[in-house]
Design a protein around this ligand. Sequence first.
Ligand code: RNT
Ligand code: ZN
Length: 419
Amino acid sequence: MNDRVHAAYQIAKDHYAEMGVDTDRALAALARIALSVHCWQGDDVGGFENTGAELGGGIATTGNYPGKARTAAELRRDLDLAYRLIPGTHRLNLHASYAETDGKRVERNALRPEHFAAWIAWAQANHHALDFNPTLFSHPQAASGFTLASYDKGIRNFWIEHCIACRHIGAAFGRALGSPCVTNIWIPDGLKDTPANRRTPRELLRHSLDTILAEKIDPQYNLDAVEGKLFGLGSESYVVGSHEFYLGYALTRGVLLTLDTGHFHPTETIADKISAVLLYAPELLLHVSRGVRWDSDHVVTFSDELQLIAQELVRGGYLERVHIGLDYFDASINRIAAWVIGARNTLRALLGALVEPSDRLRVLDVAGDYTTRLALLEELKAMPLGAVWDYFCLQHNAPVGIAFMDAIKEYAERELAQR
Ligand code: RNT
Ligand code: ZN
């Protein structure tokens, strides 16, 4: 098979060269991209606090596929396999609820870097830089559906303290791994039905965020990001942290804006937003996901939307300014496969964008030759991207094609079946 992959790559390379594209350069550029792989696909966003609290905050996993990770050690083993099947070197995106506290109850506002010592050691040993998220859901203090925008000062303060603690943990990750940690704040606050007052919760949220971010932390270690949303389960009529809220917030405070592909109206895509926001914001965090009707968190497929996002990142020259994270959770299929399928698709889409004849396309734009532009873009869709992708997998010792499922099935029998 390796011979077949090499031979196919040579033919593809020549074919792309005829188009004016250097595939070796594209492969080298792809190898520099580190995806931030979300830990929470591995255990249905459960975390390991064992508080008995159900998944809350208007997000939900459906399905009961066997083999879910029950401990941090199991989750790390599952991640090890996923990373082996995803070509390249990638980051891990952790949530605060994945702290390891030796069976002791540690409140979220008292979390410290040492509660993530095992994660840091594992990340160092395996070359995964770390990103982080405070967890403002699945908790008694979030039972009302409100956290940083709560009318209750005690609740607000609890979550402010939690977010401050998380920024320090993020900075510790950045220091330990030698790469800035992006600490992303997403809150569930919202209402099922129309509020009488949309204004005050937004003022409260702004104030809470300002308090959280008051302390300056060296961006070499920690970068702050804020993530908005259109609606959640049970927050259909009003979400305090909407896109406009956070766009304004990020731009005036100089923090990163997070765009989650599942957090907009169904026909609205984030691809068009990237070049607009990056005129004003220094950096972006993406949560690559797939919205399907009311769910914003399906496994990422090789969709038009995914390809368009990748094209925007490459065409705009934004790869250095955009942190690419994954964010979905499916409990109805093998969870390791879910990670691998979504991550491989994201990388493959980026490769597709990297092998575009970008100079030629730009000339057509400027010349106003939209007919040729359309013709060329459609021809590109049938270029041998698969051969270049297979070669990338081979280069990085990851399985070629569907062979990654063999490793997952073997692991499912050996390891997951025991859970
Ligand atoms: C929820 C947000 C958020 C979460 C994670 C688990 O709608 O997308 O990013 O998915 O924090
Ligand atoms: Zn998200």
